[in-house]
Design a protein around this ligand. Sequence first.
Ligand code: PEP
Length: 251
Amino acid sequence: MRRPLVAGNWKMNGTVTSVEALVTGLVSADSPSCELLVCPPSVFLAQVRAGLSVAGDEEKIGLGAQDVSQYESGAFTGENSADMLVEFGCRYVLIGHSERRQYHGESDDAVAAKVERCLAVGLRPIVCIGETLEQRRNGSVLTIIAQQLGALAQTVAREDWGRFDIAYEPVWAIGTGERATPEQAQEVHAMVRSTITDHGDSEDFTRILYGGSVNDDNAKALFEMADIDGALVGGASLNVQSFMSIAECAG
Ligand code: PEP
């Protein structure tokens, strides 16, 4: 069965002091039964790892990165390799977040190459997909999602389709306070689920998270949907109480 996952994307936020306070708050909170993950900026990975391990909480709260290079090593200034992330204790990495696609021109093919690199070293990707407002308005949501997943289908082997998770994040709902209704999200999640079933052998291992302005008020209704297996949380993950309340709703 799929264990729900609630992941916090801290984006480019935090200072040494605020990160320490956030980690301290997270490790002292009661554990929910879902899996928890935090994805700090890469410069804070070592600090967060140390904070989680001092509390003996590496198992309770996993560590993830926000991006990874598609290359193994070499002259790629500013990038972090999948091996480096593993060495720094990451179990997960976000790939293809809409902010990477939008501001760094990340293509579906680059996303697929990054997924392959992570799978080669045992790092579990969370692949972000989602449509823009314009695409939703012109009725092409499912076409866009199929296109984004299609690039993965071309590179990822059938037996590896249970080795990553997916986050459906409508671009118009990220950081805007707007969110897809549970029914709108479920429609896309159901289509993603059937794509996973078509391409892989192990749909039971791939979780489909919803992301986009999730907070403690709207989380419960989202998690009640059959194919929503957790959340990727941006803004609300910077607040211990909000993040843990969302996690409580996930089970
Ligand atoms: C995100 O950055 O992945 C995200 C979902 O952000 P927010 O929750 O702030 O909309």
